[in-house]
Design a protein around this ligand. Structure first.
Ligand SMILES: NC(=O)c1ccc[n+]([C@@H]2O[C@H](COP(=O)([O-])OP(=O)(O)OC[C@H]3O[C@@H](n4cnc5c(N)ncnc54)[C@H](OP(=O)(O)O)[C@@H]3O)[C@@H](O)[C@H]2O)c1
Length: 329
């Protein structure tokens, strides 16, 4: 039987999510990869246990995480039942709908029909009565925003979700969504954008909107899917995400990228960190970022990513050195 580490809240840092009552761990764990039906169940279970033992109280899912679609929620449901049910009230569990999930016109995008049916399916797969956060996974230009966000409002009012969030909405869409959600009476708790040293678009307005409106943010792929770590310094390991050539492609890691990774790795070393640790610390340097949402394939990566919290401070010279490296042609 799993008994959670009694010291689990001793060293994790918790940050307030915007102006809400909820705090999230500075590092959260996402189940996009390595938790599907094709993955090793005991490895997935070991990563979740280790994460919780280290104070990671937030696990992020979506309807189509796997592969196959839905299977990460099924894996999570099984592990929840075996290990985490006594700790349900210590956990923030999220899911999302917005990408392709089932065939036909009602299994994708942003209709009320799709989003609420998808949430019911997610709850069933995870064996939950409610998720803590339900997201619209991406904006849908062909559905009125009021309809998609109205579905989030219904999810909350019906008790299937405690809070609502949005993902991948740009700054303008986000400002509009925050206004609509406020008028519906279900405020936007959180935004989930992609943000890392390699992907800096949120700096072009989105973080300003979130900061101004008091909405939190949990930033995904802070390690740029593993490129911002020592994983690819000496080639492409057979067990790496790039070797699978699916979400991260071998061609994404060209010589230009590698030169930057090597230079960043040197800066991390000078800070006494691994590059993965520095990548996590770098997104958390901005107080408008509530949590860094990492993925992992091994228990040791969970440890490494949490170890980032030992040094979150950056000197101005370090930040400009990093900017110089990133802007090299
Ligand atoms: N809202 C959205 O549209 C959206 C989109 C994508 C992701 N997400 C969420 O964000 C979560 C994280 O995304 P991500 O998995 O792309 O994040 P990431 O943390 O940038 O990348 C995770 C990968 O990096 C490698 N890695 C992690 N820690 C490492 C370490 N300490 N040292 C060396 N390598 C390390 C592992 O690769 P290997 O597998 O090669 O070991 C791991 O699978 C997802 O699980 C999901 O919950 C949301």
């Amino acid at each position: 039987m799993y008994v959670a580490d009694s010291n689990r809240y001793d060293s994790m840092q918790y940050r307030r999510c915007g102006k809400s009552g909820i705090k999230l761990p500075a590092v959260s764990l996402g189940l996009w990869h390595n938790f599907g039906g094709d993955d090793n169940f005991e490895n997935s279970r070991a990563m979740l246990r280790r994460a919780f033992d280290l104070g990671i109280s937030h696990f992020d899912l979506a309807n189509n995480y796997g592969p196959p679609y839905g299977s990460a929620e099924e894996t999570f449901g099984q592990i929840l039942k075996k290990d985490f049910l006594p700790y349900r009230d210590e956990l923030i569990i999220s899911s999302k709908a917005g990408w392709d999930m089932w065939p036909g016109p009602y299994g994708n995008h942003g209709s009320r029909k799709y989003m609420l049916a998808s949430l019911d399916q997610s709850l069933e797969r995870m064996g939950l009565e409610y998720v803590d956060i339900f997201y619209h996974h991406r904006p849908d230009p062909d559905t009125p925003m009021e309809e998609s966000l109205g579905a989030l409002d219904t999810a909350v009012r019906s008790g299937r979700a405690l809070y609502a969030g949005i993902s991948a909405y740009d700054a303008k869409q986000t400002a509009q969504a925050i206004k609509i959600m406020r008028s519906l009476g279900t405020p936007c708790l959180i935004h989930q954008p992609k943000y890392s040293m390699f992907v800096r678009e949120p700096e072009e307005g989105l973080l300003d909107v979130l900061g101004k409106k008091g909405v939190g943010s949990i930033v995904f792929s802070p390690l740029a899917q593993g490129m911002l770590s020592d994983r690819y310094l000496n080639g492409i390991p057979a067990d790496s995400r790039a070797a699978k050539n699916f979400a991260l492609k071998k061609k994404d890691i060209g010589e230009d990228k590698l030169a930057k990774i090597r230079a960043l790795n040197k800066v991390a070393g000078e800070r006494g960190q691994t590059l993965a640790e520095m990548a996590v610390a770098w997104v958390l340097r901005d107080p408008r970022v509530t949590s860094a949402l990492v993925g992992t394939s091994k228990v040791s990566q969970v440890d490494d990513n949490v170890a980032a919290l030992k040094n979150l401070k950056f000197a101005d010279e370090e930040l400009s050195k990093i900017d110089d490296i990133l802007s090299r042609k």
